[in-house]
Design a protein around this ligand. Sequence first.
Ligand code: GRG
Length: 302
Amino acid sequence: MITRSQPYSLQENFEFYIQRVNTYLKKIMGDNPDAPYGLIEPMRYAVLGPGKRVRPLLTYASAELFQLDMKLADPIATAVELVHAYSLIHDDLPAMDDDDLRRGRATTHKKFGEAVAILTGDALQAVAFKVLCTDPFLSKNPITQIQVISLLARVAGPSGMVGGQLLDLEAEGHMIDESSLENIHQRKTGQLIKAAIMMPSKLANSSENTMENLDKFASNIGLVFQIMDDLLEAEQNTTTLGKNAQSDIRKEKSTYPSLLGISETRNRADELYEDAMDYLESLGENAAGLRWVANYIIERDR
Ligand code: GRG
């Protein structure tokens, strides 16, 4: 029988979950005994910095929806954050977005050098998959464990995040239409966010209807996340964001604000958010955590 082992619901105490994933991330960072210190230090720097932990929060909220034991959610939340941390390191590299500020601090390549930053990203991606493959709780059901691992591999790979990054690079300096931009955003950002929500569903016996509604919610909220990222970058200052505002303009990237203007972009995010909320409607009270994180995503200021 699967039980809840956490004392709080997410919407009542999201900080509990942030602490929970941070504890797990710290433990995992200390769990590479043969790795050179020259790699451990930048790995810790990139992972344990002050990120918002939105993806882990979505994983825990989704686990709440399915009333899963949170011990099953820990490795998923950790793995998704490790893949995210790796993608930020590589995204900031000179060959990519060439940014020097991330989470209010020097980017990993600025602090440790470019070669070490590349290797740090590579190492984090491998550690993410090691966590999922070796976790004792997930390993109790190898079939669902493989489903979780496959989903993360798919969204992180050439059809997902890496493919999205390539399309994003190719689009620099060109004006693209809204559907091409949505395709890039979904691959580059949306799919990992969606996976953070859908991976716990692989461990639950849920109806087709629940899965369909959750899937649509997850697609919408993944896109809302990146549209809000575009909007914040256009409107917010560098200090609040902890990364360079206006970086998209410098790179001549198409963004929702550059295509639609600020107020239409806000409307688009609101519409997608409202639809996302409608999809959650049928999922009942246990979806309260997902509602809370979705609301945070659209209300956030950084
Ligand atoms: C293999 C060369 C190579 C690249 C990997 C870099 C990459 C593929 C993909 C980049 C995907 C990417 C970084 C998308 C941006 C997503 C985004 C909005 C990041 C910011 O997320 P937040 O706001 O950050 O959650 P914090 O710092 O709070 O964790």
